[in-house]
Design a protein around this ligand. Structure first.
Ligand code: NCD
Length: 304
């Protein structure tokens, strides 16, 4: 695979290959075989073009690059780039390809990463394009599921929150469908998962059910998302759904012992902080796993 643009480009074998590479990376990092190594610099440069805010994705790509001895260049907001002067994305990519061996891009427009991949021969990694896709996050989610539950195949998972605008959800649904997951959906009214994504996932072998109650009792995993306020065309629509769901200790009373709770973060108010202290909470494990997965991705795409 040359670029990572959408989870829809993956088949099961390729996804499993990446999860295996991430497992190797985890082992090597834990055994100190991969460590911040400026002295063994590999003469590769990774560009991080973040036109939209990010904490984990940007920092973990940066950290992963450093672990491998790669240099990083880039910017963390649109204001820092010439885009603020009116430069097009195409010209930005044509410029950056001269400085970097691979480009990680996050942009508010759907299709921005795909467009970038059509302009340059350099590998493009989509770190989120509008409400569309965030494939590397889905790889982290699957890695965490497999590590915590011991399997991905046929799991029962409940997706909660803004299923319409969450790009992490859109990527995750395709990834889960490759493993024939039983997917339940719970969202505020107006933020349902798009019909076409549902139909495609069902065709791929997922079983999809829509729930109208937050009942976690049958689930192996629960994936919570925040409402994507910044994507609402009309902010008064956001006000109507704001704060309309929240996972509390009460919801965990009849949960399976092994239930895992995932969240791509950032969290606003969807999960009560007291849930963090239960053994179900795995969202900070996802953060840790982000390094292993992204080290694996960079090693593969940059041939390190
Ligand atoms: C997500 C994103 O940017 O889509 N964050 C992430 O990368 N983990 C989720 C979000 O912003 O809600």
């Amino acid at each position: 695979m040359h670029d990572i643009i959408s989870m829809r480009d993956f088949d099961k074998a390729t996804l499993l290959e990446f999860l295996g590479l991430a497992e190797n990376a985890e082992k090597e990092i834990r055994e100190n075989k991969i460590k911040d190594a400026e002295e063994k610099a590999v003469d590769k440069t990774l560009a991080l073009l973040f036109f939209e805010p990010s904490t984990r994705t940007r920092l973990s790509f940066e950290k992963s690059a450093k672990l491998l001895g790669c240099k990083t260049i880039g910017f963390a907001s649109e204001k820092e780039a010439s885009l603020a002067k009116g430069e097009s994305l195409i010209d930005t990519i044509k410029t950056v390809e001269n400085y970097a061996d691979a480009i990680v891009i996050r942009h508010s427009k759907e299709g921005a990463a795909r467009l970038a991949s059509e302009i340059t021969e350099k590998p493009i990694i989509n770190a989120g394009d509008g409400a569309n896709q965030h494939p590397t996050q889905a790889m982290i989610d699957l890695y965490t599921i497999r590590k915590e539950l011991g399997k991905i195949e046929n799991i029962s998972i409940l997706l909660i929150g803004d299923l319409k605008y969450s790009r992490t959800i859109h990527s995750l649904v395709y990834a889960l469908a490759l493993f024939k997951a039983r997917i339940s959906l719970f969202s505020p009214r107006g933020l349902e998962l798009q019909e076409d994504i549902m139909e495609e996932a069902e065709k791929m072998g997922a079983e999809i059910r829509i729930k109208d109650k937050l009942d976690l009792s049958e689930e192996d995993a629960v994936y919570v998302t925040r409402i994507q306020k910044e994507r609402f065309p009309d902010i008064s629509e956001y006000e109507k759904v704001k704060g309309s769901y929240r996972i509390t200790l009460e919801h965990l009373k009849n949960a399976k012992k092994e239930l895992i709770i995932l969240h791509p973060l950032p969290r606003v108010d969807e999960i009560d902080y007291r849930v963090d202290f239960t053994k179900h909470a795995k969202y900070f494990e996802q953060v840790k796993n982000g390094i292993f997965v992204r080290v694996a991705i960079l090693k593969k795409l940059l041939s390190i």
